[in-house]
Design a protein around this ligand. Structure first.
Ligand code: G3H
Ligand code: 13P
Ligand code: ZN
Length: 316
């Protein structure tokens, strides 16, 4: 199967109450670990590339690695996505380079500007059979007891379901990243994790069938956090989104779940462990290999949390 866009994946995910994992790729070991996991679990996949990834590895290298993954796994539907595209020009470049999905993130702009830029990208992308994700609201934690729609302070940052309806209608966008209390990185909550599920519920009533996206959805797995802290790292207060919350969201219209931090932590934890336990090791294959294995096992586990394990065929 050639690269696909996310249309069929999202249709099946919404209908059957699961989500597709969208994993950030930055190098060969990360890419291979993810691919081995979806191949073993027969899961559909979204591989995403950020601007930082492109600056680090270059677009042509990342795209070439992904092309190999697609060629070697003909039974797995794979979409290749630009994560957090910031301008029309960037989105256009990625579309020209063969990406099947792009995100235009104009969420920090005024509402009408976000609409105008998103619409410009959608009009161009759809002519090339490429789907578009946009974003409404600002990512960030929900502090203390302030949760959900209707609260004056927090509703300024979280996404407003009424605006979602208007935004989707006016832009014709294919999916939308909604701010419900998650944030990027390893420090998502100061105390107890809280997400505004009421926003998902309200959007589901207003726009049934419309696919939503959750950014900042790493769980900061205890296994890797403990290894990092044990072997010289310093991430004592790291906290992620509980996996039960991810599973719950995947049954409420969230069809794409973005994961990067958990990949970084798995890789870092394994490398730290090997450096500490075998200080004379200097063959990169001896520490990058186990790090790649750790990524594979972590992603396999995630595919079950998301509910998309075994769904490759129905998404093809
Ligand atoms: O959106 C955030 C992702 O974790 C990508 O991060 O821009 O450092 O590659 P990055
Ligand atoms: P995490 O930092 O939680 O992995 O989120 C990644 C993300 O949202 C990429 O767009
Ligand atoms: Zn993101």
């Amino acid at each position: 199967m050639a690269l696909v866009n996310t249309k069929k994946m999202f249709e099946m995910a919404y209908k059957n109450g699961y989500a597709i994992g969208a994993f950030n790729v930055n190098n060969m070991e990360i890419t291979q670990g993810i691919i081995e996991a979806v191949a073993q679990e027969k899961a559909p996949l979204i591989l995403q590339v950020s601007r930082g990834a492109r600056e680090y590895a270059s677009n042509s290298w990342l795209k070439a690695m992904i092309d190999v993954a697609v060629r070697e796994n003909p039974d797995i539907p794979i979409a290749i996505h630009l994560d957090h595209g910031d301008t029309f020009k960037t989105c256009k470049e990625f579309i020209t380079d063969g990406f099947t999905s792009v995100m235009i993130d104009a969420s920090s702009k005024p509402y009408e500007d976000n609409i105008a830029l998103t619409k410009e990208v959608v009009d161009y992308a759809h002519k090339h059979n490429v789907v578009v994700e946009a974003e409404l609201g600002q990512l960030g934690g929900i502090e203390e007891d302030i949760v959900g729609v209707g609260h004056d302070d927090i509703s300024k940052h979280l996404c407003d379901p009424e605006q979602v309806q208007d935004f989707v209608k006016r832009t014709n966008v294919d999916s939308l990243a909604v701010a419900i209390g998650t944030s990027h990185g390893a420090y998502k909550f100061k105390k107890e994790p809280k997400l505004a599920f009421d926003i998902l519920e309200e959007i589901g009533k207003r726009l049934p069938g419309f696919p939503l996206v959750m950014h900042g959805s790493s769980s900061v797995l205890k296994e890797f956090k403990d290894l990092i802290n044990k072997y010289g790292g310093k991430m004592p207060d790291a906290m992620g989104v509980p996996e039960e919350a991810i599973t719950r969201a995947s049954k409420m219209g969230v069809c794409k779940v973005n994961i990067d931090t958990d990949l970084r932590m798995a890789l870092t934890a394994k490398i730290r462990q090997i450096f500490a336990e075998k200080p004379n090791e200097f063959d990169p294959r001896k520490y990058l290999g186990p790090a790649r294995d750790a990524i594979r096992e972590m992603v396999k586990h995630k595919l079950h949390v998301l509910g998309c394990a075994g769904k490759a065929k129905e998404c093809s």
